[in-house]
Ligand binder design. Structure first.
Ligand code: FO1
Length: 317
């Protein structure tokens, strides 16, 4: 079994490639839930849904999030009542949030609801929230402390990021299925998701770092920074204002002691020696994932690379 740690769109693409590369049922995706929030009384889990729609083959191909071909009649009707439709929820997407919220109110844990939805969509992989407890990303900016989606969607990531906090993380418990999957995995793949706000909360959930350190399997990360730029979203600007180098080397330093190998893009080939000096083996390949074929090819290469690694990271057995 292979475990992927994933956030939103980049993580979902990597997960889809892995799902295609592996026998049915061999993939467990542990997903960030610190972006979750409530809107119109509904529980929205953007990263879980992005992974779920992508693995079901129904994700919007342009945005990467939401459902392909979805309409916005509900949101238009909400706007008619004078509410600002700032977060773009499609009609089919609303169905997911309505049913999730209903089941949560009945007392079902988020992981069980996610499994029900994913199973109904025919997804052969396991999608596991990092925790069933509530964790919420807060962004410190010159304008004050912002809720994550207010910063990300509402204000279009225009604020400087002075700090990032994950409210509730200290008392959150990593999902036991995620911890067991890491312990039993043949390889753990940290997807090319934002290391601060997508992978950061997963690693920060008590128990996950310890599970990774104790795992017998190699841990491999794919750099989300290519040629000094983020593939998507605010990762580059965030890394810079938080004092990290905006490069694949910066990513290597963030994951130092945690991973055995780092996959970087051809364009960053010159960084390979310095990354190796961080104690990480390096695979240089094309990492920019467009269509399905790119995803599958990268997944095959990442799995082949992982199979060549002997865990040497700090704490590895
Ligand atoms: N991202 C946007 O930039 N604008 C949106 O209006 C938006 C709506 C949205 C609806 C459902 C969903 O599952 C995701 C959505 N996203 C939107 C993406 C999401 O906010 C981010 O990708 C993640 O939270 C960051 O990983």
């Amino acid at each position: 079994m292979i475990v992927a740690l994933a956030g939103g769109v980049g993580g979902a693409k990597m997960a889809q490639g892995l799902q295609q590369a592996l026998p049915s049922g061999d993939l467990t995706v542990v997903v960030n839930t610190a972006d979750d929030f409530a809107l119109y009384g509904l529980h929205i889990s953007p990263d879980l849904d992005t992974v779920m729609y992508t693995l079901a083959g129904i994700a919007d191909p342009v945005n990467g999030w939401g459902v392909a071909g979805d309409t916005r009649q509900t949101l238009d009707a909400i706007a008619r009542y004078g509410r600002d439709p700032w977060f773009l929820l499609g009609d089919q997407d609303f169905a997911t949030h309505i049913l999730r919220t209903e089941r949560l109110r009945e007392g079902a844990p988020l992981s069980a609801v996610t499994a029900e939805l994913a199973s109904a969509l025919g997804i052969p992989s396991r999608i596991v929230p990092m925790t069933d407890d509530q964790v919420a990303t807060k962004i410190e900016t010159p304008a004050g402390r912002l809720d994550f989606q207010d910063y990300f969607v509402g204000r279009r990531q225009s604020d400087d990021v002075l700090g990032v906090a994950f409210a509730g993380i200290d008392t959150a418990r990593a999902h036991p299925v995620a911890l067991a999957a890491i312990a039993e995995a043949e390889a753990v793949v940290i997807a090319p998701s934002n290391p601060i706000v997508s992978i950061g909360p997963i690693l920060g959930t008590p128990g996950v770092r310890e599970a990774l350190a104790a795992a017998a399997a190699p841990v491999v990360a794919v750099s989300p920074i290519v040629g000094g730029k983020a593939l998507k979203g605010p990762a580059a600007k965030m890394l810079e204002t938080l004092g990290h180098e905006v490069s694949a080397l910066g990513v290597a330093r963030l994951y130092e002691g945690l991973v055995d190998g780092l996959v970087i893009d051809e364009i960053d080939r010159n960084l390979a020696p310095e990354i190796a000096a961080c104690g990480q083996r390096v695979l240089v390949t094309g990492t920019v994932m467009g269509d399905g074929e790119d995803r599958r090819r990268l997944a095959d290469e990442v799995l082949d690379f992982a199979a060549t690694l002997t865990p040497e990271r700090a704490g590895a057995r």
